[in-house]
Ligand binder design. Structure first.
Ligand SMILES: [Zn+2]
Length: 393
């Protein structure tokens, strides 16, 4: 059982990466190592496991057995403590040129252990234009032992000049059955719950895991899915929009506050609180104020992004619901993501035409675009719920 066996439903990509890791080992041993290259782009829909695949590949490059999954090296990669692996995880909405330049400098250093030096750049599509240009120069002329692993939803999310210099690894949406199997075997989720969580998450492994293990997440999802059937009048639409945004606020706050507290405590420790016994202020005078401000800015940016991600996940649930409605309207023999809400699907299907349903799906997609263009969430969501209104229900 190696690191690539953990990738769910990605047999093809795993095969490519296995061969590349073998070629990489050959290259380090002085051989030709054709099939190994210095810049990789991992793409795939959300939840397909881009970062997991990149991490598995990193482990395979470091591990003497090319990713056995159980040696010290593999373990270090898994927990992020390998000295030659640098993981970049943009916390805000974008990753700037200053951070990128610093990263490139670190990436150019000689490997501590004499093998590869690997940079795993999660959400590389968040790199700004300036950052992308800096990155391009770095991957155009990589130091002989440096390997870049960039992750992005699709190749189109990266500058074409970067994309053309990377070998693209395409991950696919894992089949529902594969996701259910993983939940049942690795997380001990009862098979029935595993199957329904996998179906609801439509191949998004992390989301399926959360739905299977977290009752609160299941409840929030139910809240979102009950929205369409409630949208009979304008008042209901406005109220539903308010509820959706408020729930997103709460969920984002729950996610970020834990991270914030830990980071702030860490920074306070660095800048003297505790060591002087005089609290934070004395420490701040010694240069911590800038760092604290910097951290607060980053935390604010992360909160915005998290809230946006939470709303986006809710909108995707709604898209899936209307897609089910459309399937019912056409009598299409496909797996329904919301098979457990069959009566509601039927009611929505009966009270509208397929054209209405398509128009509603468009309205949700428009809302997603508006949110990613920084439109006020309350306004964007309200415009959407008004478009979803169905007085014939
Ligand atoms: Zn290993």
């Amino acid at each position: 059982m190696g690191v690539f066996d953990d990738l769910v439903g990605q047999e093809r990509a795993a095969g490519t990466l296995r061969r590349a890791a073998a070629a990489g080992a050959e290259l380090l041993a002085g051989g030709r190592g054709s099939g190994m290259t210095h810049a990789w782009l991992f793409t795939g829909p959300p939840g397909s496991g881009r970062e997991e695949a990149a991490r598995a590949f990193a482990a395979a490059l470091f591990c003497p057995d090319q990713g056995c999954g159980h040696c010290d090296v593999c373990h270090q990669v898994a927990i992020g403590s390998h000295p030659d692996l640098e993981v970049v995880r943009p916390q805000g909405l974008s990753y700037g040129v200053k951070d990128t330049r610093r990263l490139i400098l670190r990436a150019a250093g000689a490997p501590t252990l004499g093998g590869w030096r690997v940079v795993l750049f999660e959400d590389a599509d968040r790199a700004t234009e300036g950052a992308s240009n800096a990155l391009l120069k770095a991957i155009e002329e990589p130091p002989p032992k440096t390997v870049w692993l960039l992750c992005a939803p699709s190749p189109d999310d990266m500058m074409i000049t970067i994309r053309s210099r990377c070998r693209v690894v395409t991950l696919v949406t894992p089949p529902t059955a594969a996701v259910a199997h993983v939940l049942a075997t690795r997380e001990n989720v009862p098979p029935e719950t595993a199957a329904s969580a996998a179906r609801a998450a439509q191949g998004h492994l992390d989301r399926a895991r959360r739905l299977a293990l977290d009752a609160e997440a299941r409840r929030r999802r139910e809240d979102v899915l009950s929205i369409p059937a409630s949208l009979t009048g304008v008042g209901e639409c406005v109220a539903a929009a308010e509820r959706l945004v408020k729930t997103a606020d709460e969920e984002a706050a729950a996610v970020t506050s834990i991270l914030n507290e830990a980071e702030t405590a860490e920074l306070r420790k660095v800048y003297g609180e505790g060591s002087t016994g005089k609290g934070l202020n004395k420490g701040l005078v010694r240069g911590g104020a800038g760092a604290m401000k910097d951290l607060e800015d980053r935390q604010k940016s992360r909160a915005t992004r998290t809230k946006r991600d939470v709303i986006d996940a809710a909108l995707l649930d709604l898209v899936a619901l209307y897609r089910d409605v459309l399937a019912v309207q056409f009598g299409a023999p496909v797996e329904l993501a919301n098979d457990d809400r069959r009566a509601e699907l039927d009611a929505l299907a009966r009270s509208s035409s397929p054209e209405d349903t398509l128009r509603r799906i468009d309205a949700i997609m428009l809302c997603r675009r508006r949110l990613s263009a920084n439109v006020n969430p309350q306004m964007a969501v309200e415009a959407m719920t008004l478009s979803l209104r169905n007085p014939r229900l």
